[in-house]
Design a protein around this ligand. Structure first.
Ligand code: URA
Length: 190
């Protein structure tokens, strides 16, 4: 069993796939390691590649706004990506890149043991929930797998491209708030 810090070291020095050759910085997840909520996005963009931190760009601002809307901040959640290195030109990560990186995500879930996992966007939802996941139809629905609630929301950059999705995104965050409260009540035995 590795510690979180050791895992971060592996990620920072990883060369398991070709993205290692083009990245500037690998981007390990970040946030509260005790949080019951883990968000999983797709992969670092160019801002994140420069900074080494997930969601520092405009999508990050929108994400923070959504969290604030349910009275939360990044200090209360954990945020990570399917691939930890920036795919050049913001293309979708290739299957072999996702598979090379997935052990790191598995290890993050072993260390954090989240109660709720929220995929941000199609790429994460199709890798984590089901291969034919339809984000437009299924976003915001929760399913219980191995005692963990799984759901997917629109990716913030999809909402920035199409602001008509904003209302649905806000509604999904409200559902998340209710699910967090439900999980807390269960934990407290009330
Ligand atoms: N988009 C992602 O999917 N992840 C990030 O960390 C930033 C932008």
């Amino acid at each position: 069993m590795y510690t979180y810090e050791e895992l971060k070291q592996f990620v920072d020095h990883c060369s398991r796939c070709p993205l290692a050759r083009t990245r500037n910085k690998a981007v390990m997840g970040k946030g509260n390691l005790k949080s019951p909520v883990m968000f999983i996005a797709e992969g670092p963009g160019s801002n994140e590649d420069r900074d080494g931190v997930p969601f520092t760009g405009r999508s990050g601002e929108l994400f923070d706004r959504m969290l604030a809307g349910i009275g939360m901040s990044r200090d209360e959640i954990y945020l990570t990506n399917i691939v930890k290195c920036h795919p050049p030109g913001n293309r979708d990560p290739q299957p072999e890149e996702k598979e090379a990186c997935i052990p790191y995500l598995k290890y993050e879930t072993i260390l954090l043991r989240p109660k709720i996992m929220v995929c941000l966007g199609r790429v994460a939802a199709q890798r984590i929930i089901q291969p034919d996941y339809r984000i437009t139809r299924q976003h915001g629905t929760f399913l219980l797998r191995k005692n963990v609630w799984l759901t997917a929301f629109y990716h913030p950059s999809a909402v920035l491209r199409d602001p008509s999705k904003l209302v649905e995104m806000e509604a999904d965050f409200q559902k998340l708030k209710a699910k967090i409260e439900e999980a807390e009540e269960k934990r407290n035995g009330s």
